[in-house]
Ligand binder design. Structure first.
Ligand SMILES: [Cu+2]
Length: 287
């Protein structure tokens, strides 16, 4: 009985802790003991969640159906229950059914799958453009000339000499996800995200936005998002890229339009300009 009440207290405590983490950590990071997907904050992430749940129904139904068939066969057609085996080799109706039904199931998976893929890759009229470059082992962001014209690096918070010794951020940001410079973007605006690799393959992944896109050297991949809630959202490099692959997190702070304007003004003076560098490169090409 004592064990039972201790168990109940543990579960209640765990639920309270979970609720507390959910409110303090915002919507953009995994919670302890979480088994569902991260809370979606874009329309695409919501559609991915719905698609995931639809697939769960389908695979559950198929698994139960196959299990029922197996049990039926074991019980009905074992040697004892069925001493004279049937010599049937073909059944046209059955063969048509087991071809047509799986085709219909696959079509019901393919339609929402391709719809989401199209939604991710066909970019609507954008408000902001940001270029993310994956490097070993950090991210670099560029706001092009008409959006501010600066660039900065985003690195994990760690002991100065060792990336692998990741620390929680100064404001209690989660270890392994806390970064020095967050990527700041406005809420409810279409952000066009350009992704490339600076040295080897990386991948830009942000679960609560429904984004995972490869960062390939020499190639510019594009996608987009419109975050519907302010907050700090965390993601990670999702393509094995070398020794410190696990230590190049992504942090996006989504803020109101006014706060974004204020941050842009500061960022223009704080970070390195790219306008000059771009002009020099163009001049070199012209020559
Ligand atoms: Cu990586």
């Amino acid at each position: 009985m004592r064990l039972l009440s201790a168990g109940v207290a543990l579960i209640a405590g765990g639920t309270a802790a979970l609720a507390q983490t959910a409110t303090t950590a915002g919507h953009g990071a995994p919670n302890p003991w979480q088994i569902t997907m991260q809370e979606p904050v874009t329309e695409i992430a919501q559609n991915i969640n719905l698609f995931h749940n639809w697939l769960l129904w389908i695979i559950t139904a198929i698994s139960l159906f196959v299990l029922a068939l197996l049990i039926y066969v074991v019980v009905k057609f074992n040697e004892r229950a069925n001493p004279t085996p049937s010599r049937t080799t073909h059944n046209t109706l059955l063969e048509v059914a087991w071809t047509v039904v799986p085709v219909l199931i696959l079509v019901s998976i393919a339609i929402p799958s391709f719809r989401i893929l199209r939604q991710q890759l066909v970019i609507p009229q954008h408000d902001v453009v940001v270029k993310a470059t994956g490097r070993s082992w950090y991210w670099e962001y560029e706001y092009p000339s008409d959006q501010g014209g600066f660039r900065f690096e985003q690195r994990i918070i760690a002991e100065a000499d060792d990336q692998a010794k990741a620390k929680p951020g100064p404001k209690g940001e989660p270890r392994l996800l806390a970064v020095d410079n967050e990527l700041v973007l406005p809420v409810n605006k279409v952000v066009r995200l350009q992704v490339t690799g600076g040295d080897v393959l990386h991948a830009f992944a942000m679960p609560s936005f429904g984004i995972k896109i490869d960062a390939v050297p020499g190639r510019l991949n594009e996608t987009w998002f419109r975050a519907e809630r302010e907050g700090v959202y965390y993601g990670q490099c999702s393509e094995l890229c070398g020794q410190y692959h696990a230590y190049m997190p992504i942090a996006i702070r989504v803020v109101s339009e006014q706060d974004y304007g204020r941050w842009l003004e500061q960022a223009k003076t704080k970070f390195a300009r790219i306008d000059g560098a771009a002009d020099v490169k163009l001049a070199a090409v012209a020559r």
